[in-house]
Design a protein around this ligand. Structure first.
Ligand code: NI
Ligand code: MN
Length: 224
C-alpha cells in the first residue's frame, strides 16, 4: 500500500490494485497546479465534506476517470442531481468495497457545498485494506469521538494540522493519543496564509511527542 500527497488534504492511496483519491483540490492550488488531474485516473474518490478546498476537482476528475464517489448521503444526492453516481454513506456505517472496507466516522467541522446546498455532516474515514487500518480524519477539531478508534490498532493517520479551520499541531498531537496511533501524515496546512505553519517547529513537536511524522512534499510517495 502506498500514498501520494497532492497538497492540502488531497491524497491518493493505492491498494489491492485500486486507486483511491481523497478530497481532490489540485487545480486551484498554486503549489499543485503542475499536476495533470486527468492523469490521476482514480477508481474511487472519497469526499470528507463539501467545502471547495476538498471538492474543487471532484466533478472534473470523476468525469474523466469514471471513478465511483464515496461520500455522505447528502453529497451523494447533490452529485446525483448532476448525473454523477455516488455511494452514499453516513456516520458510523461501513461498507465492503472491492478493495476493502470503508467506515465513515465523525468529524467536528461544517459542510456546505460551494453552491450553498446542504452537504450533510462532515466526516472522516477508516480504510481497512491489505490487513491495514488507515484513518483519514478529514477537516476536524480534536474530539473525544476519536477515542472510539483507540482499540483499532491504526497503522497510519492522516490528520489536519494547519489550525484556524481544523486542529492545529498541539491538538493533532493530542489526537494521536486519543486514536492510539504513532504514524502520522500531516495535511491541511500551508495552502493559504491563515493555515501556514512552521514546518521545522511542527516536526520537532511531533518527534518530541514520539510520533513518526511525515510532511510529504507535493508529489511525494510514502509506503504505508
Ligand atoms: Ni472544510
Ligand atoms: Mn478544508
Amino acid at each position: 500500500m502506498k500514498t501520494t500527497y497532492y497538497g492540502q488534504s488531497t491524497i491518493m492511496i493505492e491498494t489491492e490494485g485500486k486507486k483511491l483519491l481523497f478530497d481532490p483540490f489540485i487545480t486551484p492550488n498554486p503549489a499543485a497546479s503542475h499536476i495533470d488531474i486527468h492523469s490521476l485516473k482514480p477508481d474511487y474518490i472519497l469526499i470528507s465534506h463539501g467545502h471547495g478546498d476538498h471538492i474543487a476537482d471532484l466533478v472534473a476528475i470523476q468525469k474523466s476517470s469514471g471513478a465511483k464517489v464515496i461520500c455522505i448521503a447528502e453529497i451523494a444526492g447533490w452529485l446525483g442531481a448532476q448525473g454523477i453516481e455516488a455511494h452514499g454513506m453516513n456516520i458510523g456505517g461501513g461498507f465492503n468495497f472491492d478493495f476493502g472496507r470503508v467506515k465513515m466516522v465523525n468529524a467536528v467541522h461544517s459542510s456546505t457545498m460551494p453552491d450553498g446546498a446542504a452537504g450533510g455532516n462532515p466526516a472522516g474515514f477508516v480504510i481497512y485494506a491489505e490487513g491495514k487500518k488507515i484513518y483519514y480524519a478529514g477537516d476536524t477539531a480534536l474530539t473525544y469521538d476519536m477515542k472510539l478508534l483507540e482499540d483499532e490498532n491504526l497503522d497510519w493517520a492522516f490528520l489536519p494540522i494547519g489550525d484556524n479551520y481544523t486542529m492545529g499541531i498541539d491538538d493533532a498531537i493530542k489526537a494521536t493519543g486519543f486514536i492510539n496511533c504513532k504514524n502520522v501524515i500531516g495535511v491541511h496546512y500551508d495552502t493559504f496564509p491563515v493555515i501556514a505553519i512552521d514546518k521545522d517547529e511542527a516536526l520537532e513537536k511531533f518527534i518530541k511527542a514520539g510520533i513518526n511524522i511525515k510532511l510529504p512534499a507535493i508529489g511525494e510517495e510514502i509506503d504505508l
